[in-house]
Design a protein around this ligand. Structure first.
Ligand code: ADP
Ligand code: ASP
Ligand code: MG
Length: 405
């Protein structure tokens, strides 16, 4: 008898028929004698709809109240999934994140899991139930409801698989696995049979929303091998696991496009020690994640001022501009300009460690497409550039053709 954690995302539970489909799949697995823990997302569109409702009331709602609101999305789905299993005569019990023992820190809307004490899950499984856990949510040790960041049901599944020492963790979604690029944007993208944690991490951090970034970090840290596959067919999926030596043979495993970033540029920042520290400390105190940073000598500063650009997630832009406005008198920059019309384009592969000329080729391809590069950042296994949003998809396809075929 194996213990299996299965996660079903928003599209996979998007309507009553889909929920019944999930129930049938789970029932089949259980009929093979396995214990099954099911993690579900909110039905597709529900989380976005709740966010939209709140924004119709105010632009910057309280983050505690947003967690209270957003956690309701997953609670609908757990109950509906349990009801669908009952209709198949399968004993099933739904649990909120808190009831499943998921304890987080208090950073509302992007809380981190501190620990998991899944006694109730074990008891219910031992009593013969399928246990259905609400993804994306937890509770602080003081009993406050929190959420784990967008796409956070992936993290719930992987963290539960680690805590329960599950034999298998499966992420069911609306594509057959992890592809060389988002198959919705690149028709020629190919499904990968396997991918290294580090590659999946870089892709997830570069806009490939097929897996939430933090869930992959967690999987790597706790050695949770997991499979990404479709909830709508039985095709084999993609195994995400530790790197093997043969993986280095491929230079670029995947390309990705992140349209969810915005750029802020501060013009005329005094070129003195401590200014950057003040800016990024204030952003960090406001729990805003900064991704890329570029600093240039300012044109009009005569070398005594710099221009500083950085990127943040689009939903954090308003909060970031508030923080930056508050810093203007103290830091003494001239002007702050926000640009939402950008995209981050990345190529990823562990083979980049042992191959040269990859950046040159990437920039050649972009030049050929008349794409201007606004920012560049690299890691050992990734090159990212910030470009104009309107050119994003065309550039993504050009890079896929050049590096993957
Ligand atoms: P779920 O609701 O199941 O969590 P998501 O919408 O979060 O599903 O993630 C699945 C989507 O990720 C796919 O529909 C696909 O458009 C997108 N995606 C982006 N990059 C990739 C990639 N490299 N491989 C597969 N899917 C990708
Ligand atoms: N419902 C949440 C979201 O839309 C979490 C998830 O789907 O994983 O971000
Ligand atoms: Mg998702």
């Amino acid at each position: 008898m194996a213990l299996i954690v299965q996660k079903y995302g928003g599209t996979s539970v998007g309507n009553p028929e889909r929920i019944k489909n999930v129930a049938r799949r789970v029932a089949k697995q259980r009929a093979q004698g396995d214990q099954v823990v099911v993690v579900v997302s909110a039905m597709s569109g529900v989380t976005d709809g709740l966010i939209k409702l709140s924004k119709e009331i105010t632009a910057l709602p309280s983050e505690r109240e947003m967690d209270m609101l957003l956690a309701t999305g997953e609670q609908q789905t757990i109950a509906l999934t349990a009801i669908a299993l009952h209709a198949l005569d399968v004993p099933a019990v739904s649990l909120t994140g808190a009831q499943a023992g998921i304890v987080t820190d208090g950073v509302h809307t992007k809380a981190k899991i501190r620990n998991i004490t899944p006694q109730q899950v074990h008891q219910l499984l031992d009593a013969g139930n399928v246990v259905i856990v609400a993804g994306f949510q937890g509770e602080t040790s003081e009993g406050q409801i929190t959420t784990l960041g967008r796409g956070g049901s992936d993290l719930t599944a992987i963290a539960l698989a680690a805590a329960l020492k599950a034999d298998l963790c499966q992420i069911f979604t609306d594509v057959d696995g992890v592809y060389t690029a988002d198959p919705r944007l690149v028709p020629g993208a190919r499904k990968l049979p396997e991918i290294a944690y580090d590659e999946m991490l870089e892709l997830a951090g570069s806009g490939a929303k097929v897996m939430q970034l933090r869930s992959v970090e967690f999987a790597k840290k706790f050695d949770v091998v997991f499979e990404v596959r479709s909830s709508l067919n039985d095709n084999p999926g993609t195994l995400v696991k530790e790197e093997t030596s043969s993986m280095e043979d491929v230079v670029v495993r995947g390309v990705s496009l992140d349209k969810n970033q915005a750029k802020v540029t501060l013009f005329g920042v005094p070129d003195q020690p401590g200014r950057a520290a003040r800016i990024f400390r204030a952003l960090s105190d406001a729990t805003i994640n900064v991704d890329m940073i570029v600093q240039n000598v300012s044109h009009d500063g005569g070398g005594r001022a710099t221009d500083l650009s950085f990127t943040v997630d689009k939903p954090d832009l308003l909060k970031a501009t508030h923080v930056i406005d508050g810093l203007k008198p103290g830091v003494g920059f001239k002007e702050a300009v926000a640009d939402e019309q950008i995209a981050k384009l990345s190529i990823v592969g562990v083979g980049m460690r042992s191959h040269s000329g990859v950046a040159a080729k990437m920039f050649d391809v972009l030049a050929h497409e008349q794409v201007n590069i606004a920012m560049i950042s690299t890691s050992e296994i990734k090159i990212s550039v910030v470009i104009q949003l309107s050119q994003g998809e065309q550039a993504l396809r050009a890079l896929h053709t050049a590096f993957i075929g």
